[in-house]
Design a binder for this molecule. Structure first.
Ligand SMILES: [Zn+2]
Ligand SMILES: [Zn+2]
Length: 453
């Protein structure tokens, strides 16, 4: 047995120790990531890092933008170091993380390569993690922008058969983020990275609430790790505007840590809650109905503002048992499924299937949850007060980077937002605020309340 160790305050590279961490929560936490290197000029470490993890001939994947930002430099470094390599640069202007893109990289793959190096963030990382999984080769990501928290995770956000899905993929052995490159990322990428980090207020809050109501696994150490990285990002917001490299370093480290925390917990709970479900819905609708969409983190930032508006209504609620039971008795599942089909199109079927497996509408289960909610209402309010900032606080942070805060910035009406919120409870099998409100019989009332903001 390893000794229990508190790890939430350790420097980032000490989190990757071989033996992992035996934790109070009962889990043994470890990460498949072996090394993170963030700093000026760290791209130079690439050839040695490939060798260190057993590679002799890497296959380099980039798109046109990321090739320009760092891919060509990476190639020059490999050449200077006498390292043979092959590369595939996506020719398209707009790269989607779908079957076509995976097919392009696969069909251009050089079988003599024994390592994958991806240069990019977001989509390139998602696709390359799939290629790494399929080929079984070790993988290094060279980050080009602090735009999302998927660097360290072993899942990919993909489009399969026209539907947005999260797929199991491979985790990188190492993450390189050269500040000389990352500091020049487009401003929009910085806004997105901030949005994806601010989401953590909501995710930790909802994780604790679900732990209280459903006894869902929760780890305070992992939550502390996420809070710590979030704090560092918040303190850096001012510097982001001026491209202060220390501020950018804090944000990219925060995003990487958040991915590590997900890996430690073995679930996405520490990093995503209802705000991410808004973003998932906008992605689904964009695929189905060609409505607007934006970068993941931009959507999540707006989702975070919406989530805080919702929680500001939750704290004013007076839960009523009879009302909740009557609401659930009268709930028409078929009518609700029709609403999902109309609002989300073909991707609604996955949600309806999920409910069949999960049975969240089961009346006996509802009664059990309701009793716990009513008995612990003050504790739920305490969690919300402890974890959440005010709406204005978050709007100010986003606005200080000129990031959008209103769904209307993406072209969504208030009615779109109301419907999206009602659908958030069906997106995944996670207990979030929309499920809490359904359990209390006030989901539609609070959704209507969103129309007034
Ligand atoms: Zn733990
Ligand atoms: Zn995210």
């Amino acid at each position: 047995m390893y000794q229990e160790t508190s790890f939430s305050q350790l420097p980032i590279n000490e989190l990757f120790r071989e033996e992992g961490f035996s934790c109070k929560c009962g889990k043994h936490h470890y990460s498949d990531v072996k090394e993170v290197s963030v700093g000026h000029g760290v791209l130079k470490q690439l050839p040695d890092m490939v060798r260190k993890y057993g590679g002799r001939k890497p296959f380099l994947i980039a798109d046109r933008n990321t090739y320009h930002a760092a891919g060509d430099k990476a190639e020059s470094l490999l050449i200077e170091n006498g390292m043979d390599f092959a590369s595939y640069i996506y020719p398209q202007e707009h790269l989607e993380p779908d079957e076509f893109a995976v097919g392009q990289a696969t069909m251009n793959f050089d079988k003599s390569c024994d390592f994958i190096v991806a240069v990019g963030s977001g989509t390139i990382n998602d696709i390359s993690k799939i290629i790494a999984m399929v080929t079984g080769l070790p993988y290094i990501i060279v980050g080009t922008a602090p735009s999302m928290d998927g660097f360290a995770s072993n899942t990919s956000s993909m489009i399969s058969d026209g539907v947005k899905v999260t797929l199991q993929s491979a985790c990188p052995v190492a993450i390189l983020a050269d500040l000389d490159i990352v500091c020049h990322a487009p401003k929009k990428m910085l806004q997105a990275g901030l949005g994806d980090m601010l989401a953590k207020y909501i995710s930790i809050c909802e994780w604790r609430i679900s732990n209280l109501i459903n006894g869902e696994y929760y780890c305070e150490e992992v939550a502390s790790l996420v809070r710590r990285s979030l704090r560092r990002c918040i303190q850096s917001v001012e510097g982001l505007e001026n491209r202060d490299s220390k501020a950018i370093e804090n944000v990219i480290e925060g995003l990487i840590l958040s991915g590590i925390a997900m890996g430690f917990a073995g679930i996405s709970r520490p990093a995503s809650g209802v705000e991410h479900y808004f973003s998932h819905i906008w992605d689904m609708r964009s695929l189905e109905f060609q409505t607007n969409s934006d970068l993941h983190g931009i959507q999540v930032g707006i989702g975070t503002v919406l989530a805080l508006k919702i929680y500001s209504q939750v704290v004013r609620l007076k839960p009523n048992k009879a009302k909740a039971i009557k609401y659930v008795d009268q709930f028409d599942k078929e009518k609700h499924n029709d609403f999902l089909r109309e609002f989300l199109g073909s991707s609604a079927e996955n949600l309806i299937l999920l409910e069949k497996k999960e049975g969240k509408y089961d009346k006996a289960k509802h009664r059990m949850r309701l009793d716990i909610i009513l008995a612990n209402w003050q504790e739920i309010l305490n969690i919300i007060n402890e974890e959440l900032p005010t709406v204005d606080n978050i709007i100010d942070l986003l606005a200080s980077l000129d990031a959008p805060v209103e769904p209307s910035a993406l072209g969504f009406s208030k009615e779109d937002v109301r419907k999206a919120f009602i659908a958030t409870k069906d997106i995944r099998d996670k207990y979030s605020v929309s499920r809490l409100l359904w359990d209390l019989g006030v989901l539609e009332e609070v959704a209507d309340g969103l129309l007034q903001f």
